[in-house]
Design a protein around this ligand. Structure first.
Ligand code: GLN
Length: 536
């Protein structure tokens, strides 16, 4: 029987529920259980695909083509197996399903009401996602006290009643502020968050206390007493990002294990461990991530970088994660330099100080000329270049313009350009509705036997995830190849350019796919690994 662990958040958003959920999953996996994780996003959107990356962070793409909240990415990175789109539940999906059913007549004669229909639909989805696994983690997005959370908390409680308390566990991740003017860690916001959780009928079994500093014993006891949880079930989870000795989220499961969170969770869920955890390789990966032998400097050229006074690099979370994984594999630290493509257009960027240049995915016309200029610099000065999706399209446009001498562009930017080097995919030409309609998810590519990319992957058949509407125009494949660009990977029907490379360079590769989505901390994506190796 599947056991469920609900993870909710108290006090503030961005408290690290996603990393906590993923870390708990990893810990239980280490004890020999099969684990999956579900993310609940209480918004009306059916998925994250149409949301603004600067507000919501990166859109994560699943194997089966879901456009999902980035937390699913952390689950995959920690659990090292694909999490499918049905593991992302939103309010929009739940209501859409109910309304569609009602219109079809599935409820004929019945009044369709908030209770029981909404929580029942939520439970059905959670149970379907957990099927076949020993443990299913369910992260409830947002903060306790949000109006939007209520149906999901109701469903969690109701599932507990159905399955019994030994099969359902509630973890609350909360935040302990240290206001500057008193310089003391305050527990009151957490006490209030617990009270609000209880108002929904839920008694937390564990409280994970995030904060700038570790939680001291006095405060631990205070929260234990206030919330009526067992001694030892209030766990300190101090910030790791910003702490140089532990500056990676991958240290979080190790930290939780110092408090024996794994065995405490198993106790609560009446589970016996199936094997001894093996943390050696994981700890070595953490060591290499935090204290590498050397560093490289990589410029990531993007547009979703600045919002007001803050740089929101979350829009490219999987790209920086994949670089960090490849760095760890090579015992190299990665200094990422986030370069706004608009600054390149204004001539404000000196690329000579970077060991590598990466152009990640993107949409629309803003900042495109800056990205093309970055590719040109990389190609002309033989700086390792990695292009991802839009980064491939930019590389091809640059090559068409500056090597083939064509007046070239993508029709995404200029519909009337003379040479439509990058053009809309035929099946996308008449797509009107924006949600979930791109070429999405995993597609296979066949690689040229003797190409650099086949060497990198160690084989000639690969499958990576996609999210795009445009492609390199097949009418120009020949002209590009005659001028020295190699289209080294194509879709199995031979039509779509999936990988390109320029030979006799330190590293000049690009792909129409997003290999960053399949990178795991101990199994880096091959293209990222080779990109880093080319700088050493
Ligand atoms: N805008 C480009 C397209 O739709 C690239 C998309 C991307 O980089 N994910 O094809």
């Amino acid at each position: 029987m599947t056991k469920y662990i609900f993870v909710s958040g108290g006090v503030i958003s961005g408290v690290g529920k996603g990393v906590a959920t993923a870390s708990i999953g990893r810990i239980l996996k280490e004890y020999g259980f099969s684990v999956t994780a579900v993310k609940i996003d209480p918004y009306i959107n059916c998925d994250a695909g149409t949301m603004r990356p600067t507000e919501h962070g990166e859109v994560w793409v699943t194997e089966d083509g879901g456009e999902i909240d980035q937390d699913l990415g952390n689950y995959e990175r920690f659990l090292e197996h694909p999490i499918l789109k049905s593991n992302a539940i939103t309010t929009g999906q739940v209501y859409k399903e109910l309304i569609d059913k009602e219109r079809r007549g599935d409820f004929l004669g019945e009044t369709v009401s908030f209770i029981p229909h909404v929580p029942d639909e939520i439970k059905k989805r959670i149970v379907a996602a957990g099927k076949g696994y020993d443990i299913c983690l369910v992260e409830i997005g947002g903060v306790i006290g949000d109006y939007e959370n209520i149906p999901f908390l109701f469903a969690a409680k109701s599932l507990e009643l159905e399955l019994g308390v030994e099969n359902v566990c509630h973890v609350m991740v909360t935040y302990m502020p240290i206001p500057g003017h008193i310089d003391e860690m305050k527990t009151k916001p957490t006490q209030l968050a617990i009270k609000m959780l209880r108002e929904n009928g839920i008694q937390p079994d564990f409280i994970l206390c995030r904060g700038k500093l570790p939680l001291d014993n006095i405060r631990k006891k205070k929260i234990e007493r206030y919330s009526n949880v067992q001694p030892g079930h209030v766990i300190s989870a101090p910030d790791v990002v910003g702490d140089e000795t532990a500056n990676t989220i991958y240290v979080v499961p190790l930290n939780f294990e110092k408090d024996e969170l794994g065995s405490k969770l198993m106790n609560k869920l009446k589970l016996e461990k199936r094997k001894e955890p093996e943390w050696d390789a994981w700890s070595e990966m953490v060591r290499r991530t935090t204290k590498p032998s050397r560093y490289v400097d990589i410029a990531i050229v993007g547009k979703y970088l600045e919002v007001g006074n803050f740089q929101l690099t979350d829009s490219y979370l999987s790209v920086s994660a994949a670089l960090s994984h490849a760095g760890a594999a090579n015992d190299v630290g990665i200094n990422i330099h986030w370069i706004s493509s608009k600054k390149i257009e204004n001539g404000e960027v000196d690329f000579s100080k970077y060991d590598g240049i990466l152009v990640p995915g993107g949409f629309g016309s803003s900042g495109v000329e800056g990205k093309i200029a970055a590719v040109q610099y990389a190609r002309e000065n033989d700086i390792p270049y990695l292009g991802l999706c839009y980064g491939l399209q930019m590389a091809v446009i640059e090559f068409a313009r500056n090597v083939c001498g064509l007046d070239a562009n993508t029709t995404e930017v200029d519909k009337d350009v003379v040479h439509k080097i990058v053009d809309i995919l035929p099946e996308q030409a008449n797509v009107k509705s924006k949600g979930g309609t791109m070429r999405l998810g995993s597609y296979q590519a066949l690689l040229k036997e003797t190409s650099g990319i086949a060497k990198i992957y160690g084989g000639n058949k690969v499958s990576e995830r996609h999210r795009h509407r445009y492609e390199v125009n097949p009418e120009y494949h020949e002209a590009l190849e005659e001028n020295g660009l190699i289209i080294s990977g194509k879709s199995p029907d031979g039509k779509l350019a999936e990988f390109i490379e320029i030979p006799n360079k330190k590293f000049f590769f690009a792909t129409q796919s997003h290999p960053e989505f399949k990178s795991c901390p101990m199994k880096p994506a091959p293209m990222f690994d080779a990109f880093i190796k080319s700088m050493l």
